[in-house]
Design a protein around this ligand. Structure first.
Ligand SMILES: [Zn+2]
Ligand SMILES: [Zn+2]
Length: 350
């Protein structure tokens, strides 16, 4: 491999394995950094993009991967505050800075957003170029692998718990779907002061992990009406907040039904089904809320990194396996088929 070339895993065609190929190393422009990749999480979005075609990219061939961490290896003109060798996590959306949402600090819902691995070449590669405004410093006690999953699998539930669900001390919560994001939501609800955390999932493996990271009670959603079980284990009361990480109508419906009067359900899972829940009689009469929560703002990632720096978050349970870049197709397929009950499979370039 020559100096100007690198390896990247690129999507040429949907439902065809990513092509591992040599491409040019990108060059950082003004206010940008060239980052040598150390780790990148594999996300359900990669399954949707590469294997299903339900999420489409702006162009092909395109390098996928949007949960990266690495080291700054070069800087463009006019960069201050960063130097070569800095360890960084990368916020995956390049925002416009001028739309109404950006003006409010809501980067995650910028209308002109450009997402890594979707609108620009992503991080299943040896290097990426990103604006330095997208970089968050990784504290010494956090590994590249943990930092990588924090960019999405950590920051997304952080956003849902703190900004959309606004969990307050003493509230009871239910987490529907305890995969990568749900697991992290459990820890974050604990930090937010939740009194009781009820984990709901169809997999006993997932429930066992949920209890390990801090859930108080596990409910197997295989039962006919899991919401009844949630209410029953919560002393006969509905919960204050329910989070839904699956993205299917049945789970959203159960999450809403598990609420106390005045409760709020937050849905983070993405899926194509129409949402069809309780009648307005029930929804309005009980003063309920159903809130969508998408991605995160870069400030969420910054705060999350601060909590990790203080040693109050442990994402080690969330990294279920580590694979080399050359095995990324296997990783995406294992995630789709849930081989070995993966939480987060991380591609490592270290
Ligand atoms: Zn993702
Ligand atoms: Zn914007």
């Amino acid at each position: 491999m020559s100096d100007e070339k690198m390896i990247a895993a690129r999507l040429h065609e949907v439902k065809v394995p990513l092509v591992i190929e040599e491409v040019d190393i990108p060059k950082p422009g003004p206010s940008e950094a060239l980052i040598q990749m150390k780790a990148c999480g594999i996300c359900a979005t990669d399954v949707h993009t590469a294997l299903e075609g339900t999420v489409s990219t702006a162009y092909t061939p395109i390098t996928l991967g949007h949960e990266p961490s690495g080291v700054i290896s070069d800087l463009g003109q006019g960069v201050r505050g960063w130097k070569k060798g800095d360890r960084v996590a990368v916020y995956p959306q390049v925002t416009c800075g001028i739309c109404p949402q950006c003006r409010e600090g809501r980067d995650g819902i910028c209308i002109n957003t450009r997402v890594l691995g979707m609108h620009r070449d992503g991080a299943f590669a040896d290097y990426i170029v990103m604006p330095v405004k997208n970089l968050v410093r990784i504290p010494d006690n956090v590994s590249f692998r943990e930092a990588a999953i924090m960019t999405d699998a950590g920051a997304t539930p952080f956003h849902a718990v703190t900004k959309r669900g606004r969990v307050r001390p003493g509230e009871t919560v239910a987490i529907f779907g305890c995969g990568g994001l749900g697991m992290n939501a459990i820890q974050l609800c604990r930090l937010a002061g939740a009194a009781r955390i009820i984990a709901v999932d169809t997999s006993d493996h997932a429930l066992k992990r949920a209890l390990k990271v801090g859930a108080d009670i596990a409910v197997n959603a295989g039962a006919e009406k899991p919401y009844k079980e949630v209410i029953s284990v919560n002393g006969g009361y509905g919960v204050d907040v329910a989070f839904e990480f699956v993205g299917v109508n049945a789970a959203i419906d159960q999450a809403v039904r598990s609420l106390r009067r005045g409760g709020r359900a937050v849905t983070i899972g993405i899926g194509p089904e129409r949402i069809n829940i309780v009648a307005p009689f029930f929804f309005v009469y009980n003063d309920l809320a159903l809130i969508g929560s998408f991605g995160s703002d870069i400030g969420d990632l910054e705060k999350l990194m601060g909590i990790a720096a203080a040693g109050k978050l442990d994402f080690s349970e969330s990294v279920s396996s580590v694979i080399p870049l050359g095995d990324v197709n296997q990783g995406i397929s294992d995630l789709e088929k849930k081989v070995g009950n993966p939480v987060r499979i991380v591609v490592s370039m270290e």
